[in-house]
Design a protein. Structure first.
Length: 363
């Protein structure tokens, strides 16, 4: 069979984070989801997700103008060959960013179709699930307010999460989080590249007593892998990075420079499931720890859960901590007592409510 259509659906999901939404790109932070829908000539439909958030208009253009024309008419079963050929042909336009995000969404949708055609879940295609549910960590949106950080960390702990990540770079906010959750719950900090090397090392010194599970992306620019290695060695806190990595070779460089303890490939940013599998094997071969980046509420989250369900190690799934009353994936994206149940129907195992898609589509 062959690919008939490739379309993008940009959604803005209503959500509540238990406090004011931070300002991002000049406006209140939104929860955008960029669904990718692929239909074959014989009527099978698969869904993927491209990295969305504020960059979704660029990703839509990349998908519609560049990626879709190269995919339509091609055999959808040759996933690796097709996505790699598209990446090679489009590489002069950038090895990361909108083009790669668009390819990622296409790739995930093609795996969804492959599972449906073979009547296997994604875990079945990958060799079989080793667990039916995944421990999740609550990934909080930035508050820039120690009191709100403490309040929402305590709320996440009360809901059963055994690990919590905050997106803060204020020492006061980080200390407030630890005080709110006690010493028995893992605390991760994603600083989002705010510091130079001197500032990052000072932050590590200030945070020694907080027993951080990891410190994520402490250094600007994120591609300074040697600097990140120095922070990990001298700062004496395990580092995590990889959501902004270009792909396999970039992760290899992070590994060879001993920059990280936790490697964070992002299935909606790195090239989809196909590239994620290659990177995960690289991480395993070098005895590093896999910690996927997955702050999504759509097929990207589901795909990541399937990948973790097949991993020999019990790995935390990143889960965006917020109240969300309307999502086209329904209850399949919810956690219970800090765990995420992996859907086991064919493909990704999800049902997309297209009426909700239409309702939430960005006009």
């Amino acid at each position: 069979m062959s690919i008939k259509t490739v379309t993008a659906h940009a959604l803005s999901l209503p959500f509540d984070i238990g406090g004011p939404k931070p300002i991002f790109a000049g406006k209140e932070r939104q929860m955008e989801m960029l669904l990718i829908r692929v239909e074959t000539q014989d009527g099978l439909v698969g869904f993927g997700e491209s990295f969305g958030f504020a960059i979704w208009p660029s990703t839509v253009q990349a998908l519609e103008r560049l990626v879709a024309p190269l995919a339509i008419g091609q055999d959808e079963s040759h996933i690796t060959t097709l996505t790699q050929e598209i990446a090679r042909r489009l590489h002069p336009l950038g090895r990361s960013g909108a083009v790669t995000f668009a390819i990622s969404g296409l790739d995930i949708a093609l795996w969804d179709i492959a599972g449906q055609r073979q009547n296997k879940s994604l875990t079945g295609l990958l060799g079989g699930a080793l667990r039916s549910k995944i421990p999740a960590y609550a990934s909080l949106i930035r508050y820039n307010n120690p009191d709100l950080v403490a309040k929402n960390c305590a709320k996440a702990a009360a809901q059963g999460f055994k690990a919590i990540k905050i997106h803060e770079f204020s020492i006061d906010a980080i200390k407030a989080a630890r005080q709110a959750i006690g010493k028995d719950i893992h605390l991760m900090v994603d600083a989002n590249c705010p510091w130079d090397k001197t500032q990052a090392l000072k932050a590590c010194e200030d945070l020694q007593e907080e027993n951080l599970f990891w410190l994520e992306e402490p250094l600007w620019p994120p591609e300074d892998h040697l600097g990140l290695a120095e922070i990990q060695t001298l700062g004496r806190i395990p580092t995590a990075a990889g959501e902004n990595a270009l792909g396999y070779m970039d992760f290899l460089d992070l590994i060879e420079k001993k920059s990280i303890t936790y490697a964070q490939p992002s299935v909606t940013k790195i090239g989809g499931i196909t590239e994620f599998i290659k990177v995960a094997q690289l991480i395993e071969d070098h005895s590093l720890l896999l910690a996927p980046h997955s702050p999504y509420m759509g097929p990207g989250l589901i795909a990541t859960a399937h990948l973790l369900a097949c991993n020999a190690k019990d790995i935390f799934l990143e889960y965006t901590f917020c109240e969300m009353n309307e999502n086209p994936l329904g209850p399949s994206i919810l956690t219970q007592d800090g765990y995420f149940e992996v859907p086991m129907a064919p493909g990704l195992g999800i049902h997309i409510d297209m009426q909700i898609v239409e309702k939430l589509t960005v006009k």
